[in-house]
Design a protein around this ligand. Structure first.
Ligand code: ADP
Ligand code: ADP
Length: 233
């Protein structure tokens, strides 16, 4: 079933008297359970598109349907509500709270969902176990390796059971071996039915995805099934 559908999305930025057409016309459909990588040179519009798909921003023109719901013209509050429910974010820089333990970091998105503290801790611990960090729940970010920090961030992305995991350069700050471990984890999450959308500069990382979209100058240049999906094991 369809999770994402955009129809002729555009996004312009105004820089003084200059108008920048960051996205010109993007039409794409992504179904539940897909694993898609977005590639493209710097400035091609990847971040702009991810911000729209992640409900952090709205298109200037065109329409965006998330789970069949038109989110293109929502207010910021409505968009925040959809975002908290539907999207799990993973960033290059992990974005963890430095003074909080793993379990506290992972439980954070549940605060807005109205669960009790005991429920939040139970769900957060389960999410940490799902990424192989059940025994690190008390650790703070500076007591963890880069790969472990990214796993905590992935657990935080998963804890709300979102419709989409949106990962922006998830291996950008990791060495090759650790990147490979994170791609292994993404494989597991994908085989469990999660929908994964990843932005990466790295061709070898993109090859773990089952579909590769290449952008250029605010347009989709190619959108193809990956015939040679790399396996992380
Ligand atoms: P990518 O993620 O592929 O590097 P971006 O989406 O960041 O591409 O950028 C696409 C284009 O939009 C670029 O020309 C960039 O300079 C411009 N752009 C992005 N964000 C802004 C902004 N907030 N204000 C003005 N221009 C922007
Ligand atoms: P070799 O090139 O000698 O086979 P590598 O260390 O390059 O050894 O690769 C070992 C494994 O890690 C391979 O399966 C490869 O696909 C994978 N790999 C290599 N680079 C990356 C990377 N940046 N991220 C994830 N996996 C990688």
């Amino acid at each position: 079933s369809e999770v994402i559908r955009t129809k002729d999305i555009s996004r312009t930025y105004q820089m003084g008297s200059e108008t920048i057409n960051a996205l010109k016309s993007i039409s794409i459909q992504i179904n539940r359970g897909e694993y898609v990588a977005f590639m493209g040179p710097s400035g091609s519009g990847k971040s702009t598109l991810m911000n729209i798909i992640g409900c952090l921003d709205s298109p200037s023109g065109g329409a965006y349907f998330l789970n069949g719901q038109d989110v293109s013209n929502m207010s910021e509050n409505e968009l925040a509500e959809v975002r908290n429910k539907e999207i799990g974010f993973v960033f290059q820089t992990f974005n963890l709270l430095p003074r909080s333990s793993s379990i506290e970091n992972v439980a954070l998105p549940l605060v807005y969902a109205g669960y009790s503290k005991a429920e939040r801790e139970e769900k957060a611990l389960q999410a940490l176990e799902n990424v192989g960090l059940g025994n690190r729940y008390k650790h703070k970010p500076n007591e963890l390796s880069g790969g472990q920090r990214q796993r905590v961030a992935i657990a935080r992305a998963l804890v709300n059971n979102p419709s989409i995991i949106l990962a922006d350069e998830p291996t950008g700050n990791l060495d090759t071996k650790t990147s490979y471990d994170i791609m292994d984890l993404f494989d597991q999450l994908h085989s469990m039915g999660n929908t994964i959308i990843m932005v990466t500069h790295e061709e070898d990382i993109a090859q773990y995805a089952h579909r590769i979209v290449r952008m250029r100058d605010g347009l989709i240049e190619t959108d193809q099934a990956n015939e040679h999906v790399k396996k992380a094991v």
